[in-house]
Design a protein around this ligand. Structure first.
Ligand code: PMP
Length: 408
């Protein structure tokens, strides 16, 4: 992969050029949300100052322009994920809504008492709770794939859980708390062999990992624009056409209907059947700029840079006395989780913030995972395209200071 000009890339991110507590900002909270390049910010501004209008039904010039921009993003997403058809791309407000949509429509339609859903120990709460709600409603059973100390699913245990009762396997592509990349291709094959469908939570994968939904043969794939250098409030649900067509609508309202009468309402074709009401037009429009940004450099070049940062940080942070790394899987995205013995993660986060370093601390919306690891929480540094080795040096020196203080 070609090497990236990180200095030039940083110039495109206005937010990075500021001081926090008198120190240059070091932004290492990218797994929570990453920063937006000027092209994305300009796309938002351009929409509101140039062609704000409601879409799909308008016949005037602004409405046509807005509709075209909105649908252009759908085409860009189709290419970005490799879906066969543009109609298989549904706009949501994020990963969370995508999973809830599938649970409330496909789940309600497909599950019966005694059926089983399999998830893993490392799931984000948004890939746990919707399935618990569904299981409660249907009398279905939630099964959980155990993980090893290194933070990887135990394959033999997963195989034991699979049976004719399994209706769905819902698993994270890359863990937000540990960085672990799951072998989703293998999971999908094994699940399909018992007749189950598979949903993959791609929230942490979308900006880092190559994706082709047709090669994967995944049934549902969900992610959020805001972890892909795009705006908050937009997400993608990919689903296979046959599944989406068989599913009942999610929300009722404008746009999702074919014809409404008080006796009987008929529904629109996909994707519109799942997009009730005025959508988040501005943010959808700006998502195209985010995808263009990622495509301009290429996910493989971005991942190569982030992998180098992760390797460097793993060595340097891991060598500090008193620090224990959490999650040491062989295949990871650029997430470094750790604990500093004798100090609460929250206190470490506060002290790093005082030095301008933004990290996340706590359970990372993965409480069952933390329980499995015997931890209350971790400190998490996660890297993006614009991060540098010098910034990691800043983190390492701040952590060394803290570790030394702790001993006194
Ligand atoms: N799954 C994973 C793995 C995540 O990292 C996140 C965001 N932290 C989510 C789901 C939920 O995404 P959102 O809050 O954008 O809906």
């Amino acid at each position: 992969a070609p090497t990236l000009d990180i200095t030039a890339i940083r110039q495109q991110f206005p937010i990075l050029h500021q001081q926090i507590n008198g120190k240059p900002l070091v932004y290492f909270d990218n797994a929570a949300t990453n920063q937006k390049p000027e092209s994305v910010i300009n796309a938002l501004n351009g929409y509101y100052s140039g062609y704000n209008a409601n879409i799909h039904r308008g016949i005037h010039a602004l409405a046509e322009k807005a509709t075209a921009a909105f649908e252009d993003t759908r085409k860009a997403v189709q290419q970005f994920i490799g879906s066969r058809e543009v109609e298989e791309v549904i706009f949501t407000k994020g990963t969370t809504e995508g999973i809830n949509l599938v649970a409330a429509t496909w789940g309600r339609m497909s599950l019966q008492a005694g059926d089983e859903i399999i998830i893993s120990t490392m799931e984000h709460h948004s890939n746990i709770v919707p399935w618990q709600l569904l299981c409660e409603e249907k009398g279905a059973v939630l099964r959980v794939i155990p993980i090893s100390e290194s933070g990887e699913i135990i394959w033999e245990e997963f195989e034991k859980l699979l049976s004719a009762k399994t209706k769905l396997v819902s698993i994270v592509h890359a863990s937000n708390a540990l960085g672990t990349i799951n072998p989703v291709q293998k999971v999908i094959k094994a699940a399909h062999a018992v007749g189950a469908k598979v949903l993959v939570d791609g929230a942490q994968a979308s900006a880092h990992l190559a994706l082709d939904v047709q090669t994967l043969d995944v049934d549902f794939y969900v992610f959020s624009a805001h972890k892909l250098y795009g705006p908050t409030g937009v997400g993608i649900l990919y689903g296979k056409r046959a599944l989406l067509e068989a599913m009942p609508p999610y929300q009722g309202g404008g746009e999702m209907i074919a014809e409404v009468s008080f006796e009987k309402t008929t529904y629109n074709v996909i994707p519109y059947k799942f997009e009730a009401g005025t959508p988040n037009i501005a943010d959808v429009v700006a998502l195209k700029a985010a995808i263009d940004f990622v495509n301009q450099y290429g996910k493989s070049a971005i991942a190569a840079h982030e992998d180098a940062l992760l390797q460097y940080a793993t060595e340097k942070v891991g060598a500090i006395e008193g620090i224990r790394l959490v999650g040491t899987a062989a295949h990871k995205v650029s997430v470094l989780s750790f604990v500093l013995e004798g100090m609460h993660p929250f206190d470490v986060g506060m002290m790093l913030d005082a030095k301008g370093i933004a990290v996340r601390t706590g359970h990372h919306c993965t409480q069952p995972l933390m329980k499995r690891l015997g931890l209350e929480g971790t400190i998490r540094a996660s890297f993006a395209i614009y991060n540098t080795f010098e910034e990691i040096d800043t983190l390492v020196s701040a952590l060394k200071d803290l570790a030394a203080k702790r001993k006194k």
